[in-house]
Design a protein around this ligand. Structure first.
Ligand code: GTP
Ligand code: MG
Length: 321
């Protein structure tokens, strides 16, 4: 029943399912298994960057452009830092209000901190829901420039890194690894001083570590924008479309690779979670782990032998032993 509704694009049914994903309801796997066959590989775009750089404002503008082309859009706002879910973040963090009345746009937020890499998992699950409900384009907004964000945007076809002038920390983060995942770089708030300099810095970093791009043939553009005034947003949109075209043409291998790596990491995460759940229950749950932690603190045990011991306890003995 619910599944049919989701497939018909019913907003309340989809919202309910995403809420259950966010709440870590283990039974949601049944629905997801059925929905998966109905996913059609919607185009997934990730927007990531430090708090307040203007991601939501930019996403809001990008939504309008996809809508003008007749595409339906799903948006997931991911917020691992917030203890609130749903309404609270929607109000505070998402500046996409003007799309709330539009049937073709569906906006939800996810705040799960989950169990083991839960946020990446629940993002992948929510993408399945939005895809199955028929959205053409799915936009994922993540706050931050750390490893979590890298993992999350791993599930995107096109990743947009947003920064602003004078954010030295961002530049360092980009240098340290985020560079690898950016398909386009946006220097937003270009009305502020130093935007051209920031763009130059990013470009020069890109040219230094250009190997990856030269081999794929895609050169990540660096674009200046002023999202509040809708300036430069056409360029951002065009760059997204160019990257999409690149992936379906020239970069087809790249697209297949991304798809593979996305499915691989999703499968790996799920498998890991199943195994850990099973193993934990066999060794007496999280409480018995805590007891071992006490032993390790007191040096009555060490994490190396303890983990091997746990493994043996969970899986080591054959049934007939
Ligand atoms: N001066 C200036 N302000 C901007 C620009 N774009 C967005 N802002 C403002 O920056 C603030 C933060 O914008 P958001 O779009 O909420 O930024 P965000 O990155 O989504 O923020 P979080 O989701 O909280 O991380 C808002 O007050 C926007 O109006 C811009 O181009 N120039
Ligand atoms: Mg935001």
């Amino acid at each position: 029943m619910t599944i049919e509704q989701v497939l018909e694009g019913n907003v309340r049914a989809a919202a309910k399912l995403i809420r259950r994903i966010d709440d870590n309801d283990p039974d949601v796997i049944d629905e997801l298994s059925t929905l998966y066959a109905h996913t059609r590989n919607a185009y997934v775009i990730g927007f990531t960057g430090s708090p307040g750089v203007g991601k939501s404002t930019l996403v809001d503008r990008i939504i309008a452009r996809f809508r003008a082309l007749g595409n339906t859009v799903g948006v997931l706002a991911i917020d691992p830092t917030s203890p609130f879910s749903g309404g609270a973040i929607l109000g505070d963090r998402i500046r996409m209000q003007k799309h709330f009345m539009d049937d073709g746009v569906f906006i939800r937020s996810l705040a799960t901190r989950g169990k083991f890499g839960g946020l990446t998992r629940s993002t992948a699950d929510a993408i399945v829901v939005l895809d199955a409900m028929g959205k053409d384009v799915i936009i994922v907004e993540t706050v931050g420039v750390g490893q979590d964000e890298i993992d999350i945007v791993h599930s995107a076809h096109t990743t947009v890194l947003v920064t602003i002038p004078g954010m030295g920390d961002d530049i360092q983060a980009i240098k340290a690894g985020l560079m690898e995942i950016g398909d386009l770089f946006v220097v937003n708030k270009a009305d502020r001083e130093g935007s051209a300099k920031t763009a130059r810095e990013i470009k020069s970093m890109l040219s230094i570590s250009g190997d990856r791009y030269n081999s794929s043939g895609w050169e990540p553009p660096v674009i200046l924008s002023e999202a509040v005034r809708d300036t430069g947003v056409d360029d951002v949109f065009q760059a997204i479309i160019s990257h999409r075209n690149f992936l379906s043409g020239h970069g087809k291998d790249g697209l297949l690779k991304r798809q593979r790596s996305r499915i691989r990491s999703q499968l790996f995460d799920l498998f890991k979670e199943t195994i850990i759940d099973e193993a934990l229950s066999r060794v007496g749950g999280i409480d018995s782990l805590e007891m071992i932690v006490d032993d390790i603190i007191d040096r009555r045990a060490n994490p190396y032998s303890a983990s091997i011991h746990l493994k043996k306890k969970a899986f080591g003995l054959q049934r007939n032993e």
